[in-house]
Design a protein around this ligand. Structure first.
Ligand SMILES: Cc1ncc(COP(=O)(O)O)c(C=O)c1O
Length: 380
């Protein structure tokens, strides 16, 4: 008879790549609490609290917030699927992997996609996005990545929202690497649809996508003439998450909801501004020390994303081999370039429980030690 397979025994890792980050121990503990049914009023009371906390973290009180039963990509797709109809024009800022993904998804949903591209490491200037809007005044949606995880660039989102004020074009923001780690003011900045994930600055496991939807985006959805894919239909999701009595839409990932509830609770207990500041200090520390060590930060100055720093792999160094050694010898995960268009980089994420100056030092020390001992080809 075949030998029985042992239970999973994953190795301990310090996850300092682009995400997932290590899970906050309180979130893991929350996942061990008793299972409830998804239609149990006791569970709906938990959802109600989660919604109240999520609205605070997004600083969104005008429309609705909820958490989609899947990851950041589905949050992206839900935005396109609900806000765009075939033939609509969508303007997308693309200067990395995830901007390109928004454009790809919008195209798959039949949109006429206008890409405003910049090279990796730079932000897409708002002036260029607004020029594209002047050329396409009927555009229904403008989409940008607030924190481009493939490059470590932060988009000036507040200014874009301000510039679009009064326009009929809705603003969609990818906040996957910013929610809980970088300032976001959903209402004040005039964002219409934001999506995020649980596995980065919030410090929960991957598996849900927290969304914020403005009142005017909800109104836009009401006037659609074509149906939305069932699992992403925000009207049906609202009937489960927000309206009471709740109407069944899907079986909620109960334990993930507990984990998200817990990290939102922790975020508010810490203070959202304090949490942004903790991420800022960790990211700055890593970027400064990396530069002192002779490494070049990919992102242009003034637009650096604190939770994720990309540094160029020095000429002559095998970046993947460095990552392999860090993982094998120290249990330390850092990321590499994402996709064929990526330059040779390492991506270091300091997110959620790992957003500290001590962890920044630990990663930088480990990286420079591997480079210095020279078992990877170093520049000649
Ligand atoms: C900026 C950005 N957008 C979207 C995604 C997709 O999220 P997920 O992998 O959770 O589907 C990611 C994932 O890392 C991301 O960094």
């Amino acid at each position: 008879m075949a030998k029985p397979i042992a239970a999973v025994a994953p190795p301990e890792r310090l996850l300092c790549g682009p995400g997932p980050t290590n899970v906050d121990p309180a979130a893991l503990a929350a996942m061990g609490k008793p299972m409830l049914g998804h239609l149990d009023p006791a569970f709906h009371a938990i959802l109600d609290e989660l919604v109240t906390m999520l609205a605070e973290v997004y600083r969104a009180s005008d429309g609705i917030v909820l958490a989609l039963q899947s990851t950041g990509t589905s949050g992206m797709e839900a935005g396109i699927a609900n806000l765009v109809e075939p033939g609509d024009t969508v303007i997308v800022g693309v200067s990395g992997y995830f901007g390109a993904r928004i454009a790809e998804i919008a195209g798959r949903h039949g949109a006429n996609v206008v890409e405003v591209a910049e090279e990796w490491g730079r932000h897409v200037p708002n002036e260029r996005l607004l020029e594209a809007l002047e050329l396409n005044p009927g555009a229904r949606l403008m989409a940008v990545v607030h924190g481009e995880t493939s490059t470590g660039v932060e988009h000036p989102l507040a200014e874009l929202g301000e510039a679009l004020r009064g326009s009929d074009t809705l603003l969609m923001a990818d906040c996957v690497t910013t929610l809980g780690g970088v300032p976001i003011e959903f209402d004040a900045w005039g964002i219409d649809y934001a999506y995020s994930c649980t596995q980065k600055c919030l410090g929960a496991p991957p598996g849900m996508s927290p969304l914020a939807i403005s009142r005017r985006a909800l109104e836009r959805i009401e006037t659609r003439s074509t149906p939305v894919p069932f699992s992403l239909d925000l009207r049906l999701l609202r009937a489960y998450w927000i309206d009471r009595p709740a109407a069944y839409h899907h079986t909620a990932p109960i334990l993930h909801v507990y984990a998200l509830h817990e990290v939102l609770r922790q975020t508010l207990a810490e203070g959202i501004e304090a949490r942004w500041d903790r991420h800022r200090r960790a990211g700055c520390r890593f970027a400064e020390r990396a530069q002192d060590a002779g490494l070049e930060v990919l992102a242009e100055a003034g637009h650096r994303l604190a939770p994720l720093t990309a540094v160029r792999v020095p000429d002559g160094v095998d970046g993947k081999e460095v990552q392999r050694q860090l993982l094998a010898e120290q249990g330390l995960e850092v990321g590499g370039g994402l996709g064929p268009a990526a330059p040779p980089i390492w991506r270091v994420g300091l997110m959620g429980p790992n957003a500290s100056e001590a962890t920044a030092d630990r990663v930088l020390d480990a990286l420079t030690a591997v480079l210095e001992r020279g078992r990877v080809p170093v520049p000649g």
